[in-house]
Design a protein around this ligand. Structure first.
Ligand code: PLP
Ligand code: COI
Length: 354
């Protein structure tokens, strides 16, 4: 692929690590590529980061015809920069695009675009512990008409955001509220994709949780309102009586997280019992009440491993593991971040140097 490059004439500067937060600071450049039915994907280019000029009737804006990915680049002690399981993001954006009716991007083109824009902005990959360059690739429809005639025009964009911890609390335990009113996804819907609409559907519950002092909501399934699904921006795992239990993906209403998949593979390599299955809220609350719920944590690219210290359900609070980071969550965090930052051997072959 021949990517044209227009350098930013007013480059910015990477702020100090303690000022990074999550997703508010952007690097000097972005990648863009256009799609239409006749030309397919064309005009790949890297240009200075800035506003896009869009037709206000565009169907990405009007109808949420948009999908995205979240991945990270990490700077190792020797200064080299590495991606983590990037092929999984390439595959998943296409799974999402297929569901929404957006054009798919060949995996190699997706990967080349990510590598190239990260390389151009390599100065924006922070180096301090716990920091990384968050990479946000996204595709959205640009068809300039209000009628629902499918998607024939789209763009693919990659923006880069040097980031610290996703939660203000850092890796400290967070408080999570079980959502009993709104639902996020149902079988046959879009829950398994990273499409914009899923996050739009989540806003109201998220706002209500925040107002009550909870970081995010834990969704229940949309039909029975009985089975645990996932958290706003993370999959969830519970250590119950020595076994790590996580909701299975079979129903199609939960995002197949790459961190989730990596944790399962790491846990199994340690010989720890892992179960991917239906987990009802009754079983979870029962375990919390009987002392069998040893740990709860979320897994996600942005959040890494995020211990859950309190669950709120039907007006009752359930403290998990004395609001402390559990042993398994800590071990998983150390192993995953060790592989990502190159301080532990990459036994699984998950990292790639840019
Ligand atoms: N679930 C949802 C709804 C998410 O937005 C995310 C974040 O991407 C995850 C789970 C975790 O997925 P991953 O580990 O691939 O980042
Ligand atoms: C990620 O972890 O990459 C996410 O996409 C989280 C995001 C919704 C804030």
């Amino acid at each position: 692929m021949q990517i044209s490059i227009t350098k930013n004439q007013n480059p910015g500067k990477l702020p100090p690590s303690d000022k990074l937060g999550f997703g508010t600071i952007f690097s000097d450049h972005m990648f863009i590529m256009d799609y239409n039915d006749a030309e397919k994907w064309h005009n790949p280019r890297i240009i200075p980061y800035g506003n896009l000029s869009l037709n206000p009737a565009g169907s990405g804006i009007q109808y949420a015809n948009t999908v995205f990915e979240g991945m990270k680049a990490y700077r190792w002690a020797d200064g080299s920069i590495h991606l983590f399981r990037a092929i999984e993001n390439a595959k998943r954006i296409n799974i999402s695009a297929e569901r929404i009716g957006l054009p798919q991007i060949p995996n190699e083109i997706f990967l080349e675009a990510v590598r190239k824009v990260v390389d151009i902005d390599r100065n924006w990959v922070p180096s301090e512990k716990g920091t990384s360059l968050y990479i946000r690739p996204f595709i959205f429809a640009t068809d300039p008409e209000l009628a629902l005639h499918g998607i024939h025009n789209a763009i693919f964009v990659i923006i880069l955001s040097p980031s610290g911890s996703y939660f203000a609390e850092g890796i400290k335990p967070v408080k999570i509220m079980l959502e009993t009113e709104d639902v996020r996804a149902v079988r046959g819907g879009t829950g398994y994709t990273k499409c914009g609409g899923n996050y739009a559907a989540s806003n109201r519950a998220g706002d209500r949780a925040l107002a009550k002092g909870y970081s995010q909501v834990l969704w229940l399934d949309g039909v029975h309102r009985k089975y645990i699904e996932e958290v706003g921006a993370m999959n969830v795992m519970f250590k119950i009586n020595g076994t790590v239990v996580t909701p299975s993906l079979e129903n199609g209403s939960i995002l197949g997280g790459i961190t989730r998949k990596s944790c399962i593979e790491v846990l199994k390599s340690w010989g720890m019992p892992v179960e991917e299955r239906l987990l009802s809220v009754d079983e979870l609350i029962g375990a919390a009440e009987s002392g069998k719920l040893e740990e709860a944590f979320g897994t996600g690219t942005a959040a890494v491993i995020s211990p859950i210290g309190e669950l709120f359900y039907n007006d009752k609070k359930y403290t998990v593991n004395n609001f402390e980071i559990g042993e398994t969550a800590q071990k998983l965090y150390d192993e995953l971040t060790g592989i990502q930052w190159g301080t532990k051997p990459d036994k699984f072959g998950w990292t790639e140097c840019v």
